[in-house]
Design a protein around this ligand. Sequence first.
Ligand code: PXP
Length: 260
Amino acid sequence: MLKELSKCQLCVNLDHVATLRQARQTSYPSLLEAATVVAGSRAAGVTLHLREDRRHVQDSDLSAISQWFPKKFNLEMSCHPEIVGICLQLRPEQATLVPERRQELTTEGGLDVLGFFDRIRDVTQKLKARGIWVSHFVEPDGQQIRRCADAGANAVELHTGRYAQAFLAGENVAAQLERLADAARYARSLGLAVYAGHGLTLQNVAAVAQLEYVTELNIGHGLVSHALFVGLAHAIEDFLRGMHKTHSAEHAVLPALSVR
Ligand code: PXP
């Protein structure tokens, strides 16, 4: 049976609007204006990552946007106590726990829930006790996903970085997609909601959006880059259409997908 395509939603990650602003320490481009565009679009919500080094999103952005934003507000965050404290005060609809390393260009790799289980479980429980829906950003790896469920996560966001790299290289795309499909199925069997994101572009997004059980994508860099040429509202529409378009035969031959 075909997946109901309308089920997969888009959350727009606006970190790189802030990156552009912070490059000059100006007040523009305005994150508030960008969030207003998202609010008026068909996207389901907005995602912001408050990094410990504050390289893009600032604390003031969070309070300014969360006060009025009418859709889903997803805060990406590490388990650092300062950031956890901010999240507990802010009470976004969703928090996504991600690993953070100072030197990295972006979130390289998923959370090591096996290695840091106690800390991740404690933070997860604290956030849930405040009524926050908690997602864990992990590699499409069964052992990691199992521990997310053990820690009490509501959802997992599958890291699509390897799939995106495979797509760029034109190699192993089907294998990476199958990995994501297996992980999504397993996560769902554990009762977790399943999201995905990282490195998604207009070219590679359809196959991920159409994976069974994946109900939401978080997209930032590719979408904001596209927006430079067509505007943010238009870019959101292009991605929403791209998520639901027919994709290449190479992906359709996957056994996991061909039965749908
Ligand atoms: N999901 C998570 C958890 C992330 O950390 C990021 C990067 O900030 C994204 C999605 C979006 O990745 P990209 O900017 O490559 O679209």
